[in-house]
Each structure stands twice: as C-alpha cells, then as structure tokens.
Write a protein that binds this ligand. Structure first.
Ligand code: SF4
Length: 319
C-alpha cells in the first residue's frame, strides 16, 4: 500500500521534526490545549458545513439546510462538553452565513470527497479531503471551495505563499477534474461587539433600552463582511509546479524519517527549540522531559490522547 503523506504532516515536520514525530508518527494529541481547541473548532465547523451543503445538494430548503448545520453543532456540543462556548458561538454565526450566501450562483457538486495522487514517481502518495467542489451556475466553471474558521481573515500575502490550494488544484486536475481556481471561504469566529449589541436588541428591545437608557434608536444591522470573506485564489501553472516540487522535497524528508524504527526516528529528529515555534506547540511538556533527561512517555500517557487525524501508528504506552 502506498505511503500517504499529507500537507499538514509535511508542514508540521518542516516546523519541527520532533513535533512531527509526536503528532504523526505516534499519533498524539493534547487534551485541551489552545491548539487543540482551534483544531476541534475547525473540524466540527467543517462538519456543520458538510451537513449544510449535503442538505442543499439534496434539494433542501433554506431552513432545512440551516437546521442541518445547527443540529450538527448541537452534536458537537454533546461530544465536546468542554467547548460549549465555542460551538454556541458557531451556532450564532450560521444564520448570518446562510443569509449572506444562500442565493449565490453555486451548485454543489461534491462534499468532503477524498482525493489522492502521486506527485512524482515515488511510492509516496499525497492525500487530501476537499471541503467542496462547486460549479458556478453562470459560467459553468468548476471551483474548489475551502472553508477556514479563523480569528482574523487570512491576508493576500499569507495565501500567496501557502501550498494548500495549489496542491488541491493540481491533485484534482491529475484526477481528471478540470478545476479552474479556488475560493477561500473564510469564517471568523471572533466575538464582534456590534453583533453582540444587535443580538441583545433583537432578543428584547424593551429591555435593551432599559439597560442602555441613553440610546434612543435600535443598533444598525451588523456588517456581515466583517464575519465572512470569500477570496478568489488563482495560480499560474508554473507556480503550481513550483509548489508541488517543493512539497515533494518535504514528503521525501518525512518518508525518510518514517522509514526508521520509532526510537531511531526520535533520536534523529531535529528540535526547533525556539520560542517563536515552541511557544504555540502542544508538545512542550514532552520536550521539557527530553531536555531534562526525564522519561517523556509517562507524561505522554497522562497529558495526551490518540489523535483521530493522521495516517500512522501507535499512541504511546510502554513507560
Ligand atoms: S516544543 Fe518545540 S522542540 Fe518540542 S516539539 Fe514543539 S516545536 Fe518541537
């Protein structure tokens, strides 16, 4: 069977080989770190959109589609009771999303489909899961829609040096799908004061004016463009080739590390040991153990659990 090496694996290994080992070789995820909260929010947010678009594809009404997304988020709350606030926030955002995008000229072609391809002549496969393949009903163009749940919008400078969408476009084309370009479907989860004010007024106008006696008029409807942004992302063929070539170098590095026995891989892995990189890393406790010559596996068994995401082996134990 081919060895599948995804972009998130390569990115993680490029930031720090030791972090790559913990996340993708022995499949650890931290119980409740900020990074984990962000990941879980993204995963569950994608599930809500998946249910929304599957219902839309099946011909559901606007309200049925919205209800499918909200039901999905209710399930997320049940399964992640420590993240009630995060998912309640997403539930508040969904009706605005539907109001803004319902009438757009997009036909749903595929939802959350898995694709893979060999980027070079090696045995290493690239694997990806596409959020949405959409057809523009005016032009007939097939277009990738990739959702991001983010605090602040991604800037043009940032996406232009990000290999994810060029790799997606390349992979779909290699699979015979004539995709024209991609759209970054950005959804901000940040609490915005004007939305909170508007919702307070909507819930109970009389109480709103009692609580704010100096205000005489209802707050204006909030600007939805502060919450949602769709960015058209296009790359020339030679740029896509360069992204692919550089990514393959990263895949080869990961393949080399994964060909070693686990202990040997850890011994041979570089450690970032840099406050900018380590500051946001969920594996700091394990690296503190390694640097102090303490047994890191005991800490791993206490603070971490098995990651559902990823394509590889163990999740520690033998201490
Ligand atoms: S804490 Fe630093 S050295 Fe350790 S895995 Fe994370 S990034 Fe690498």
């Amino acid at each position: 069977m081919a060895n599948i090496i995804s972009r998130s694996m390569v990115s993680r290994y490029q930031r720090c080989q030791t972090a790559g080992f913990f996340a993708h070789r022995i499949s650890l995820k931290s119980k409740g770190s900020k990074t984990q909260v962000a990941l879980t929010r993204g995963v569950e947010g994608h599930k809500a959109l998946e249910n929304y678009y599957l219902t839309k594809q099946a011909g559901g009404t606007k309200d049925e589609c919205l209800q499918a997304a909200l039901k999905s988020l209710d399930q997320s709350i049940k399964e992640n009771s420590e993240m009630v606030d995060e998912f309640t926030q997403l539930k508040k955002i969904m009706p605005y999303y539907v109001a803004l995008y319902w009438d757009e000229p997009w036909e749903v072609v595929e939802v959350e489909k898995q694709y893979g391809t060999f980027l070079d002549n090696s045995t290493v496969e690239y694997g990806m899961r596409l959020d949405l393949l959409m057809r523009n009903t005016k032009t007939g163009d097939l277009v990738i829609h990739d959702a991001k749940f983010i605090y602040n919008f991604i800037t043009d400078d940032e996406w232009k040096l990000d290999s994810q969408l060029p790799l997606y476009i390349h992979t779909l084309r290699k699979n015979g799908v004539d995709v024209k370009y991609a759209i970054l479907n950005q959804i901000r989860y940040r609490e915005l004061a004007e939305f909170a004010k508007y919702e307070e007024w909507q819930r109970n106008p009389t109480q709103y004016f009692k609580d704010h006696p100096r205000l005489k008029t209802a707050p204006p409807q909030p600007d939805l463009e502060k919450l949602f942004k769709r960015t058209v992302v296009k790359f020339k063929p030679e740029m896509i080739e360069n992204f692919v070539r550089k990514f393959v170098q990263g895949q080869r590095m990961v393949e080399g590390l994964h060909s070693m026995p686990e202990n040997e891989q850890l011994l041979n892995s570089t450690m970032a040991l840099d406050k900018m990189v380590c500051g946001k890393c969920a594996f700091k406790p394990l690296c503190r153990d390694i640097i102090n010559n303490r047994p890191w596996k005991r800490t791993a068994n206490i603070l971490y659990t098995r990651s559902d995401y990823g394509y590889t082996e163990s999740a520690v134990e033998d201490v």
